[in-house]
Design a binder for this molecule. Structure first.
Ligand SMILES: Cc1cc2nc3c(=O)[nH]c(=O)nc-3n(C[C@H](O)[C@H](O)[C@H](O)COP(=O)(O)OP(=O)(O)OC[C@H]3O[C@@H](n4cnc5c(N)ncnc54)[C@H](O)[C@@H]3O)c2cc1C
Length: 366
C-alpha cells in the first residue's frame, strides 16, 4: 500500500491494496465490488443490518442499468420483480400535463431489495462484509478508505418523505412528478404497490404538518392530477422522512479518502439520478486506483468533475426554475406543447457517461 506520496507504482503482485469502504448503499457496495474484482482486499462496513427500509423513489434510470449489468446484478434485479418504467409524466398545480417516453426503459425496485442484492454480490466477489458496524469506529489512520455513508441530515431547506400505497389511480409504467408549490410528489410502481416519494421545503411541511397524512391530503388539493391519483389510495407502510438536506457538492477527497455517492454530492431527486451517480462513482474510484499518472485523490476528483459538473449545473437551474408555482405551470404547459423538450431537459441533467447507451445496444437492456 502506498503511504506518504499517493502516486502509486504498479508492480506485478505489489499493487494489491487493503481498502476499507464505509456504507453499503449503492455507491459503497458498487465500489467494494469493483475494487474486489480488480484484485484488492476490501472490507465493507455497514451500520445497519440488511434488508433495511430506505427512503428513496427506487427509480433506476436507464443510465443505471449499464453499471448494474457490469456489477453483475441486473439479472438478479429483474428476477426480483423490478417493474419496467417507460415514460416520464409531469403535472402542475394548474393542471398542465406533459408526458414523454424515456429514451430507453428504466426499472424500479424497492431499495431494501436493491441494496440487499448489491451487498450479496459484494460478498460473492470476496468482499469482507461487516454488517451492524459503524465503519468510522473501525478505521485507523493509515490505509485507503472510501466513504459512502450517504446523505446526512444537517442545515438545509429540503425534506424528503416516502411511503408505499395501494389503490393509487393510473400509475402504470411511468415515473410521475406532480408539482406542488415548493416541491413535488413522485410516483412509481414497485412490487405491486406504488412508491410515493416527495421532496419539499421545511416551510411547506410546517404549514400543514407535522402529521404526514394531513400534509399529503393538503397537497392533494393543490394539484388536480395528484388529487385524482390519491382519491382512493391507502397507505400500506410507515412514513419515512429525511432532512434537512443540503443539496450539491459535499466533499470529494481527503488524504487517502475518497467520498462516493451522496457523501460526495447530493443531486435533486427530481433528476432520478442519485443511484446512477453512486454506481458511476464506483467506476471512477476503480479507475483512479488503476492509473499511475497522478495521486489517486487528484485522479478521482478530476474524473468526477469531468463526469458530473455540466449535469449538476443544469439540474440546479432546473430546480430553481420549477420552484415558484406560477413558473411551474408555465414550464409544464411549455412541456405539454413541446413534449420533446422533456426528453431534452432529461438529457441535460444526466451525466454524459453512457455513449454506449444506444437504443440498439443490448448492454443494460431491460
Ligand atoms: C425523496 C427522495 C427520493 C429519491 N428518489 C430517487 C430515485 O427514485 N432514483 C434515484 O436514482 N435516486 C433517488 N434518490 C436519491 C438516492 O436515494 C441517493 O442518491 C442514493 O441513495 C445514494 O446512495 P449512496 O450509496 O451514496 O448512499 P445511501 O443509499 O444513503 O447509503 C449509505 C449507507 O451508508 C450506511 N452508513 C452511514 N453511516 C455509516 C457508518 N458510519 N458506518 C457504516 N455504515 C454507514 C447507511 O446505513 C446506508 O446504508 C432520492 C432521494 C430522496 C431524498
Amino acid at each position: 500500500m502506498s503511504q506518504g506520496s499517493n502516486i502509486r507504482v504498479l508492480l506485478p503482485g505489489w499493487d494489491v491494496l487493503d481498502i476499507t469502504v464505509i456504507g453499503a448503499g449503492p455507491a459503497g457496495s458498487a465500489a467494494a465490488i469493483r475494487l474486489a474484482q480488480s484484485g484488492h482486499r476490501v472490507r465493507l462496513y455497514e451500520k445497519s443490518r440488511f434488508p433495511r427500509p430506505k427512503l428513496c423513489g427506487g427509480f433506476l434510470s436507464p443510465e443505471c442499468l449499464l453499471d448494474l449489468d457490469e456489477l453483475g446484478v441486473l439479472d438478479p434485479i429483474k428476477a426480483a420483480g423490478a417493474s419496467v418504467v417507460r415514460r416520464t409524466v409531469v403535472s402542475s398545480p394548474w393542471g398542465a400535463y406533459a408526458e414523454a417516453p424515456l429514451p430507453m426503459p428504466g426499472l424500479s425496485l424497492s431499495r431494501d431489495v436493491l441494496d440487499t442484492l448489491l451487498l450479496q454480490r459484494a460478498r460473492e466477489t470476496g468482499v469482507d462484509v461487516q454488517e451492524g458496524t459503524d465503519g468510522f469506529n473501525q478505521v485507523s489512520n493509515g490505509g485507503w478508505t472510501v466513504v459512502a455513508t450517504g446523505r446526512k441530515a444537517e442545515t438545509g431547506r429540503y425534506f424528503g418523505v416516502q411511503a408505499f400505497f395501494d389503490h393509487v389511480e393510473g400509475i402504470t409504467d411511468q415515473v410521475e412528478l406532480d408539482l406542488i408549490p415548493g416541491g413535488y410528489v413522485g410516483f412509481v410502481t414497485q412490487g405491486g404497490r406504488v412508491n410515493l416519494c416527495a421532496l419539499t421545503t421545511q416551510e411547506n411541511l410546517r404549514d400543514t404538518g407535522p402529521a404526514l397524512d394531513a400534509v399529503l391530503a393538503a397537497w392533494a388539493l393543490k394539484n388536480p392530477l395528484l388529487g385524482k391519483r390519491l382519491r382512493n389510495a391507502r397507505r400500506a407502510s410507515a412514513w419515512q422522512a429525511v432532512g434537512p438536506v443540503r443539496m450539491g457538492l459535499q466533499r470529494l477527497t481527503e488524504p487517502q479518502r475518497l467520498f462516493a455517492g451522496d457523501a460526495a454530492c447530493i443531486v435533486d431527486p427530481l433528476m432520478g439520478e442519485g443511484i446512477a451517480m453512486g454506481l458511476r462513482t464506483s467506476a471512477l474510484i476503480e479507475q483512479a486506483f488503476q492509473q499511475t499518472r497522478c495521486p489517486v485523490e487528484e485522479a478521482y476528483a478530476h474524473a468526477w468533475h469531468e463526469q458530473f459538473d455540466t449535469a449538476l449545473r443544469a439540474g440546479a437551474w432546473l430546480r430553481k426554475l420549477f420552484q415558484p408555482a406560477l413558473i411551474q405551470d408555465v414550464c409544464v404547459a411549455a412541456l405539454q406543447a413541446f413534449p420533446t423538450l422533456l426528453t431534452w431537459l432529461a438529457e441535460q441533467t444526466r451525466p454524459p457517461i453512457y455513449e454506449n447507451l444506444q437504443p440498439n445496444s443490448n448492454r443494460g437492456a431491460v
